[in-house]
Design a protein around this ligand. Structure first.
Ligand SMILES: [Zn+2]
Ligand SMILES: [Zn+2]
Length: 352
């Protein structure tokens, strides 16, 4: 076997990324080596590419980027059981300690000692990646890896949509970037009554309609509050999934979230923001959920059930599939925003 591999790595504290050869990682006894078949580009990767303030404070250079993947196991550590070479897996990207209070209570997604693939250790924009075996998620080998690599962000969407009841509920998804688009699709699959998408990008709003949104509102052009209230008998929606990170959009969401409704927030505002606690939260009697990561591994099981029953339109959510080397085009598309999920094809399955 060869000893080096192609990677997309962050080398310098400036804008951009480099396509460089690195040694193929060696694995520990509880890890597996995965040959990456497909990897998708996340907003986090864009932050690292841009080297924004968050990336500057978090990323230790040099670093192999990327964390969303589907690949084939090519080597097993000696303590690994339940997996075999040739299996097609994806990975939960949060490597949790398993011993803190949260992990012990089944809340690994808020583990005290989380390490993240492609952020705190080398990631999936590479021909090979080493991951702890406990983080592997076994896939159906007959499904295209380009569809399977997006399960990790899909899990964020599922976690947000299902943090309360969704069946027969009216729901607004605010911010239909890739995870918002997935949230629309998941809400539809789980039987939401009316799905309303809100964004500022018409490409993504149009896409949201093909994924289940009945109404798509551009907050630059439409009166969002009036439109949502008109569509819900004047009461507002039962559920808001906030995926935009926009303070303005969040304040607006309070105007059309029904009294007693649920607000599940995944989007991250860049700065602290003021909230009118009395009027926006207390008098409305709403419930607010902060959503981080995925429930390990319940969210993966929910995703698998949706995928295996063919309830999602993954081929519409993935709008671009590019060769690994064309990563600059992928980042350009991400910056422009006229895309759903972008997948890079990396390697081919081997007969093992
Ligand atoms: Zn991601
Ligand atoms: Zn923990």
């Amino acid at each position: 076997m060869k000893t080096t591999m192609k990677t997309i790595s962050k080398l310098d504290p400036t804008l951009g990324a480099s396509f460089i050869e690195k040694p193929i990682p060696s694995i520990k006894d509880d890890e597996i080596l995965v040959k990456v078949l497909a990897t998708s580009v996340c907003g986090t990767d864009v932050h690292i590419y841009d080297y924004n303030p968050w990336a500057q404070s978090r990323i230790k250079l040099p670093q192999v980027m990327g964390h969303e993947l589907a690949g084939q196991i090519v080597e097993l550590g000696k303590d690994v059981s339940g997996l075999k070479c040739g299996d097609i897996v994806s990975a939960e990207t949060h490597i949790v300690c398993g011993t803190c209070e949260f992990c012990l209570n089944g809340q690994g997604h808020i583990c005290q000692n989380t390490e993240i693939l492609g952020v705190d250790r080398d990631g999936a924009f590479a021909e090979y990646i080493a991951i702890p075996a406990k983080n592997a998620w076994l896939n159906d080998p007959l499904i295209d890896p380009a569809m399977l690599c997006i399960q990790e962000p899909l899990g964020n969407a599922i976690h947000t949509v299902t943090s309360g009841e969704i069946k027969d509920k009216t729901v607004a998804v605010v911010g239909v970037g890739p995870i918002g688009l997935m949230a629309v699709n998941v809400a539809k699959a789980l039987g939401a009554k009316i799905i309303i998408a809100v964004d500022i990008n018409d490409y993504r709003l149009d896409l949201s309609k093909t994924l289940g949104a009945k109404i798509a509102l551009n907050s630059y052009k439409d009166d969002v509050t009036k439109s949502v209230l008109d569509a819900t008998g004047g009461y507002g929606v039962d559920v808001v999934c906030e995926m935009s990170g926009s303070a303005k959009a969040l304040h607006q969401a309070f105007t059309y979230l029904k009294k007693g409704g649920r607000l599940s927030i995944l989007g991250l505002p860049d700065n602290p923001m003021m909230i009118d606690v009395a009027n926006e939260i207390v008098f409305k009697g709403i419930t607010i959920h902060g959503i981080t990561g995925r429930r390990i591994m319940q969210t993966w099981q929910q995703g698998k059930d949706l995928i295996d029953h063919n309830l999602l339109d993954l081929d519409k959510i993935v709008t671009h599939i590019l060769p690994f080397e064309d990563y600059e085009a992928a980042f350009k598309l991400m910056h422009e925003g006229n895309c759903g999920k972008i997948v890079l094809r990396v390697g081919e399955k081997e007969l093992l």
